[in-house]
Design a protein. Structure first.
Length: 225
């Protein structure tokens, strides 16, 4: 069985105080609904767990009912950090799930096709992480705004979600989490540190993450809503 953990329990600090970007309106639907609908339509996914802020659990349950999301098995409250939230989602999935796709609920433009490609990669090689090649010229700055050097972009990729792995490997990596890893912002970094290989799946820049208010307009244009 293949499961998914959709994480939407963050503080949305860059959107402004009191804002929960997962529930902002995008084309008449909450941002989170777009991600969930993509997973609902993906034939590779059998079960979904949604992780939201504690005060948003009832709202998320209502969203699931409103859009008829039959694959969503549970809605759970997140933890104090992203890592804690993902681990809570993994625990809620159940022991019969072999592979898990972890996705940011704030990436509403994800497609069922991209989700399927990460799952297929994980089935073949143990991991499948959505990513795009870096196209901008990158400058490394050590102090202030003074450029120290230009970074060779030819070998660089920008990592996105979904990120799909064997549940056993991801649980093991999370349970081994210590203070040195607390700043890691994605599952691929944890898998790397555990000594496992990470395989990238070519994605698109259209798979944007809603971080700032202006990103909503970009996402609406991509989704044509």
């Amino acid at each position: 069985m293949v499961g998914a953990v959709i994480v939407a329990a963050g503080k949305s600090e860059r959107m402004g105080a009191g804002v929960d970007k997962a529930f902002l309106s995008l084309g008449g639907r909450p941002v989170l609904a777009w991600s969930l609908l993509a997973f609902e339509k993906c034939p590779e996914i059998n079960r979904v767990v949604v992780v939201v802020r504690k005060e948003r659990v009832e709202s998320a349950i209502g969203l699931v009912r409103m859009f008829g999301l039959s694959k969503v098995a549970k809605v759970v409250a997140g933890g104090a950090t992203r890592q804690a939230s993902v681990l809570l989602g993994l625990e809620a999935l159940g022991d019969d799930v072999l592979l898990v796709a972890v996705h940011d609920g704030s990436r509403p433009c994800v497609t069922p096709e991209l989700i399927a490609k990460t799952v297929q990669s994980a089935k073949r090689s143990g991991s499948g992480v959505a990513a795009v090649k870096v196209v901008d010229t990158l400058k490394e700055v050590e102090h202030g705004t003074l450029v120290a050097r230009t970074v060779d972009r030819s070998k660089l990729w920008a990592v996105q979600t979904p990120q799909t792995f064997y549940c056993k490997a991801l649980r093991k990596a999370y349970l081994a989490l210590d203070k040195r890893l607390a700043a890691m912002t994605d599952e691929a970094s944890l898998i790397e540190r555990s000594g496992e290989a990470v395989h990238l799946v070519p994605s698109s820049w259209a798979n944007i993450k809603i971080t700032f208010s202006e990103d909503l307009a970009v996402a609406a244009a991509i989704l044509k809503v």
